[in-house]
Design a protein around this ligand. Structure first.
Ligand SMILES: [Zn+2]
Length: 406
């Protein structure tokens, strides 16, 4: 069994954040200075828990990790430190948040075993999210609530939590994901939540379950044959509740309903919206019918052909095509339609009894709109998508009419 080069003071005491130490080694990692201390309260990344941050002699500590081989704790620094005797300061807000979540994870893991017979297969902790993966494909909602209730009951009971070293060859009753390949202590470190859970772990934990405040599950997600449980503890749970409460209060004010009626009110809104969309579509089609009738009536017929040329502004391209389709239902019609705007659009169409190729015609006139693209069939072609004003659109359609009359 190897002994680590660095004495890890956080093993016996997660609460001290100010300490003195000696630098015993200096080197550079990716252009940053790094030091090994004879002893440290800084937690190095490991066991699903991110490293502590803080300062050594007023120089920011940007990363802390365990070195392969000798298990020394390496502190990566923002700047050089001249003296060998240093003082360290661990960022307490970050540390305590991780203590709450790491201890919360032990409790929730045990609660899922007792309430749902579901084992935890992995654990993830970061500033953004905290999750455990349960080795079951699904879990009944009442079992989830039972596990959450049991976890919080354990918090109310304010059970003491202690760390101690045990013989690695005698681990009966100890929860562990796997035996560490390499111990940095004189035995296997176990975390004992009194009469509730015993887990092998090298992380930082609170001294009493009450300090966790609350454990709230916020999301379940099926991932293959596993279930991911996202949860929050303590201050993070409070901030989450505060945010969600403010969202719900805004919703109930906007929807003028009680919190329990929000779902119903949103469903009603969605139904109303769909109905309004259907009504609008019907009205639009009716208007297009009237518009096309009026345009066909007003157009002058010459040699059995009526050219209907209209420039619009800011009209929807889809609507323009619907109008063209209606116009060419009447035999002998050539529709030259265009709309100006940020997305100018041309639709050139002709009735089935005519033979002019609208696709060819479109290619002839599109350059009037600059870099526009388009295409289609001999009977209907369209294009545009670029910014163009009414003068440009007008000149494109005038050109189309000129080509047709030659
Ligand atoms: Zn732990």
């Amino acid at each position: 069994m190897d002994k680590s080069l660095t004495q890890r003071l956080y093993y016996d005491d997660s609460y001290t954040v100010d300490f003195s130490a000696q630098i015993v080694e200096r080197f550079t990692i990716e252009n940053r200075p790094a030091v090994v201390l004879n002893q440290t309260y800084f937690y190095p990344t490991g066991g699903g828990q991110p490293n502590d941050l803080g300062k050594i002699n007023d120089v920011a500590v940007v990363d802390v990790f365990t070195r392969d081989g000798d298990s020394a704790v390496v502190h990566v620094l923002e700047d050089e430190i001249e003296t060998d005797a240093v003082t360290g300061h661990v960022d307490w807000a970050r540390r305590f948040d991780y203590m709450q979540h790491h201890t919360g994870q032990h409790i929730l893991t045990q609660a899922f075993v007792q309430a749902a017979n579901a084992n935890t297969v992995s654990f993830h902790l970061s500033n953004d999210s905290v999750t455990i993966d349960l080795g079951v494909a699904s879990i009944a909602p009442d079992r989830v609530n039972a596990a959450e209730d049991l976890a919080n009951q354990t918090i109310y009971e304010n059970r003491p939590i202690t760390a101690r070293l045990i013989d690695p060859n005698d681990t009966e009753g100890v929860r562990m994901r796997r035996m560490p390949g390499h111990l940095v202590t004189d035995g296997l470190r176990v975390i004992d939540i009194e009469n509730f859970d015993l887990t092998a772990c090298g992380g930082t934990h609170v001294a009493h379950t009450g300090e966790i405040g609350i454990i709230k599950i916020i999301k379940l997600e099926k991932r293959g044959d596993k279930t991911r449980v996202e949860f929050r503890c303590g201050g993070r749970a409070l901030r989450d509740y505060r945010e969600k409460n403010s969202t719900v209060n805004k919703l109930i004010a906007d929807l003028t309903c009680a919190p329990a009626e929000v779902n119903q009110a949103v469903t009603r809104l969605q139904d109303d919206f769909k109905q309004a969309q259907r009504a609008l579509k019907a009205a639009t089609h009716q208007l297009l019918d009237f518009e096309s009738e009026r345009l066909v009536r007003a157009a002058e017929e010459k040699d059995g052909v009526r050219i209907i040329k209209v420039v619009f502004s800011g009209r929807d391209a889809g609507e323009l095509r619907l109008l063209a389709n209606r116009l060419i239902e009447t035999p002998g019609v050539i529709a030259l339609l265009g709309t100006a705007g940020d997305k100018a659009h041309l639709v050139l169409a002709r009735s089935a009894n005519l033979t002019q190729d609208m696709n060819v015609l479109l290619k002839n006139v599109l350059p009037h709109l600059g870099d526009a693209r388009g295409g289609g069939q001999p009977s209907l072609a369209q294009g545009g998508g670029v910014k163009a004003d009414t003068t440009q659109v007008q000149s494109a359609l005038d050109e189309a009419e000129r080509v047709l009359s030659t």
